[in-house]
Design a protein around this ligand. Sequence first.
Ligand SMILES: Nc1ncnc2c1ncn2[C@@H]1O[C@H](COP(=O)(O)OP(=O)(O)O)[C@@H](O)[C@H]1O
Ligand SMILES: [Mg+2]
Length: 229
Amino acid sequence: MTEPLIVVTALEKEYRLEGKRLPVLRGIDLAVAAGEQLAICGESGAGKSTLLHIMGGLDRPTAGRVVIGGEDVFHWPDHRLALWRNEHVGFVFQFHHLLPEFSALENVAIPLLIRGDRRRKARETAAALLDRVGLGDRLAHQPGEMSGGEQQRVALARALVTRPAMMLADEPTGNLDRQTSREVEDLLFELNREYGMVLVIVTHSQRLAGRMRRTILLEDGMTREVSGR
Ligand SMILES: Nc1ncnc2c1ncn2[C@@H]1O[C@H](COP(=O)(O)OP(=O)(O)O)[C@@H](O)[C@H]1O
Ligand SMILES: [Mg+2]
């Protein structure tokens, strides 16, 4: 096997609230190969979002390591971690997390502007990707002027615009009706085929998990392989 893209070792996370310790992740070991599809399932409160956020460098672990593309990412200070994240990780959340005051085009262009692309080039790249996700005629719409499915398509475009090596999606269709969920899922899988990024999806949906090549279950702070290996 080639070196996996993501290697999580002895990962622990505990939160502290009012002096009390709340252990959420209790020693997770996980390797994800480049281009792999992984579904993370588990009960509400099991720690799925916590794990996903740590895998993408949005939150720091209490103990353990996350090595991505050979880099021990939590050795870096916050500003370096943020730059790395912008370039290499695409996040999609249950609620789109788009900036409400900005158009679809601007929302998708922002990660490119952050990394220093010229304004004109960033807008062209963003427009092409919005066209690809079926929103070529919604470029000037703000999030509040789009349907839930359209908002998630914009969120997918924003997550992919830097061509990241990994896309991390937290209940990406959890807020959509059945038909719209299916359409957004289909688009997600098409983009995964085209871009070849690692796709990690946290989901409650058995149907969506069933479409992924590999599934793990998070329970009592530990992971267990359910299918795919
Ligand atoms: N920032 C935080 N501070 C304290 N506790 C938190 C925080 N974030 C999550 N938790 C707790 O950690 C546990 C796991 O949360 P989470 O990862 O969001 O679970 P899931 O996504 O599986 O529903 C929950 O019990 C939650 O209340
Ligand atoms: Mg969650």
